[in-house]
Design a protein around this ligand. Structure first.
Ligand SMILES: Cc1ncc(COP(=O)(O)O)c(C=O)c1O
Length: 393
């Protein structure tokens, strides 16, 4: 049976591999604790669940979604209110916002709507594993831009070779960053807009962790002057409202790109279940306090992990965003070896940095999206089992 050649390029999806490993160990009776996947275990806000239930009872909402590929105007208006309130960014809901089935869908449809076969597209290394397959599906080639600790995990735009920058048609970035937790600064965003303008590059600023920052400014790409001239920001209700399974997000910014994404959607899917969009309006309009509460929870978990790591020899002050801790591996291990070691010794699963790109080697990623008791159990196993580690070359 023939399958498409384009699939041959796609490596196994990291989390499918991890999930298989976890399931296999569980089948063998091992009490595995996964700190690998960024999928909140805490529930969505009650009022959002109630809004979904109420909307689901109305048969009018059982039909194809309103304004299919764009998302219902009431949802897009709620997105505009949220951006205004949380980021001081003004959006025209009729031309500058399109609803998405999560930002992952946006990453994919951005490529189909913006990139031509044969193009090159810049992606950060390390970076979210979803970008490369989307670029390949569009017939283009990803080009890695290093994102290193010595520059706070921000790419050095002035070190991208001029011919590479001129040739590229688009650039995927994401801050607060998965996997490193790095956050952008206003100066960086301004520099990014200038870089995009100078090189005629369209920016896909993937920002689902925009709300998840610890003691630093919340930033949207659209805060930068001229951002709407060069790109879009993808965002999502997955992370701020614990709604990963609900599949709802948005692309905002350049009307041309928003329209291109909507055109791809019009020919691909039929939009988001109306009841989920009504629930999304509730989340965006009324759940700021919920997001703040979750930040307090993540902050406490973060401190607990860091305290255990410090007791085991780590001396590391991580970046201030996303619900991940991007942690150097001890001397003598690759990231995959250290993950295996942690799994074998403690039945704790974390994500190997190398899975996020060559520059991810030397790091592992802890996710803070487990319950307190499971996190404490994982940390207790680490404290009780592991030796003091050494770091450096
Ligand atoms: C950087 C990044 N982009 C996109 C996504 C997908 O998010 P969504 O649930 O909005 O599709 C994730 C999920 O982990 C992510 O880390």
């Amino acid at each position: 049976m023939q399958t498409a050649e384009r699939l041959a390029k796609i490596p196994p999806y990291l989390f499918v591999t991890l999930r298989n490993k976890i399931n296999e160990a569980k089948r063998q009776g091992v009490d595995v604790i996964s700190l690998a996947i960024g999928d909140p275990v805490d529930p969505a806000p009650d009022s959002v669940i109630e809004a979904l239930a109420a909307a689901a009872k109305d048969p009018e909402n059982h039909r194809y979604p309103t304004d299919e590929e764009w998302g219902m105007l009431a949802f897009r208006e709620a997105v505009a209110r949220w951006y205004d309130r949380r980021y001081n960014v003004q959006l025209d809901p009729s031309t500058e916002v399109v609803a998405l089935i999560g930002s992952k869908e946006g990453c994919h449809h951005f490529a189909l709507g913006v990139v031509n076969p044969g193009d090159t597209v810049l992606v950060t290394d390390p970076g979210y594993p979803g970008y490369r397959p989307s670029i390949w599906f569009a017939g283009a080639e990803p080009v890695a831009v290093p994102m290193l600790q010595d520059n706070d995990f921000l790419p050095k735009l002035d070190e991208i070779p001029a011919d590479v920058a001129r040739k590229a048609s688009a650039f995927y970035l994401n801050y607060p960053n998965n996997p490193t937790g790095a956050v952008a600064t206003r100066a960086f965003l301004d520099e990014l807009v200038a870089f995009a303008k100078n090189n005629d590059i369209v920016i896909c600023y993937d920002n689902p962790y925009s709300e998840v920052v610890f003691g630093v400014e919340r930033l949207s790409f659209l805060n930068a002057e001229g951002a709407k001239d060069v790109g879009v920001e993808l965002n999502s209700l997955s992370k701020p409202f614990n709604m990963t399974g609900w599949r709802i997000g948005m692309a905002c910014g350049s009307p041309e790109i928003v329209d291109a994404i909507a055109t791809v959607k019009a020919n691909t899917d039929s939009g988001i279940f109306n009841a989920v969009q009504y629930a999304g309006i509730e989340a965006l309009d009324s759940c700021d306090a919920f997001t703040e509460k979750m930040l307090g929870i993540y902050s406490a978990r973060r401190e607990r992990v860091l305290s255990t790591l410090r007791n085991l020899g780590w001396d590391y002050d991580p970046p201030k965003g996303a619900f991940y801790l991007w942690v150097p591996v001890p001397k003598g291990y690759t990231s995959a070896e250290f993950c295996d070691y942690l799994f074998d010794e403690c039945a704790v699963v974390v994500a190997p940095g190398a899975a996020y790109g060559a520059n991810g080697e030397g790091f592992i990623r802890f996710s803070l999206t487990v319950t307190e008791d499971r996190l404490d159990e994982a940390l207790a196993r680490m404290r009780d089992t592991l030796p003091m580690f050494e770091f450096g070359e």
